[in-house]
Design a protein around this ligand. Structure first.
Ligand SMILES: Nc1ncnc2c1ncn2[C@@H]1O[C@H](COP(=O)(O)OP(=O)(O)OP(=O)(O)O)[C@@H](O)[C@H]1O
Ligand SMILES: [Mg+2]
Length: 247
């Protein structure tokens, strides 16, 4: 039976989708059957980041409403055989899907995949709640900006409404090397503000954006920087002890 992770943030644009794509690709490259689920209903873009826009014909609402099986709707990545994507509906609103339906979907997904990564929408609205209520564990992505940290703190508070979440971890994204002197203080502040243990630090890396533009997962073309950080986080999700990378 697999494990479902919700990747959320509070503030928008902190790097959730990039993290789901990077860590999902790294898990698949390590041989784990992985399903990335775009839970950003109406504003999906995980298909673009994974380079799979032409492969996603059916979405998770099609599965929930019985128009299609999960096996059919989960599209396989062109290069990574163990990586699958279940995309979000474009024309529904999150309020039209019941938490119970999402939980049933995730139950099916856990039977078929070792890891399910839910890319939650920004904020703490109904899309966030739908994702949080169907996951086993949570990852909060923040940058070191104070507004991002405050929103992360808020998201962590909201997550306490979901007692089935067995763990909550923090990823600090877009950490800049040139702020090295302040870096440790920033990361410590992030951990203190969010009140969560750290599972990874991802450096600011223009390769993330370039990979998105090329529609190829960054871990397939790069080995350092953010790609390395995503691979390390994937290893930690598999229970391996990997030291935090030196920036
Ligand atoms: N480590 C990084 N280094 C450089 N750029 C990054 C990094 N992580 C994410 N980005 C860039 O930041 C932007 C937002 O990233 P992304 O779409 O992953 O965030 P998000 O949290 O999913 O946003 P939203 O809340 O809108 O869903 C993108 O342009 C992405 O390429
Ligand atoms: Mg996103």
């Amino acid at each position: 039976m697999g494990t479902a992770y919700v990747v959320a943030s509070g503030k928008g644009g902190t790097g959730k989708t990039s993290l789901v794509a990077g860590v999902g690709a790294a898990l698949a490259a390590a041989g784990h059957r992985t399903l990335c689920i775009d839970a950003d209903i109406g504003l999906r873009n995980l298909d673009i980041v994974l380079g799979m826009t032409d492969r996603v014909l059916m979405n998770f609402a099609d599965v929930i409403e019985g128009r299609c099986t999960l096996e059919k709707a989960a599209a396989q990545h062109p290069q990574l055989q163990q990586l699958y994507l279940l995309t979000a509906p474009m024309s529904l609103s999150p309020g039209q899907i019941q938490a119970e339906q999402m939980r049933t979907l995730l139950q099916k997904a856990r039977e078929q995949f070792a890891f399910c990564l839910l890319d939650a929408p920004a904020g703490i609205g109904s899309g966030f709640r739908l994702s949080a209520s169907s996951a086993d564990r949570a990852i909060i992505v923040t940058t070191t900006d104070s507004s991002s940290l405050r929103d992360a703190q808020r998201a962590v508070m909201e997550l306490s409404e979901y007692p089935q979440l067995r763990s909550k971890h923090l990823v600090v994204n877009r950490v800049e090397k040139r702020l090295l002197r302040k870096l440790h203080r920033n990361i410590d502040d992030a951990i203190d503000t969010a009140g969560l243990p750290l599972i990874g630090v991802v450096p600011e890396d223009e390769k993330v954006r370039l990979a998105t533009n090329r529609e190829v997962p960054v871990i397939l073309t790069e080995s350092g920087g953010a790609a390395r950080a995503y691979t390390n986080i994937a290893a930690r999700l598999c229970g391996r002890r990997v030291p935090l990378m030196r920036l």
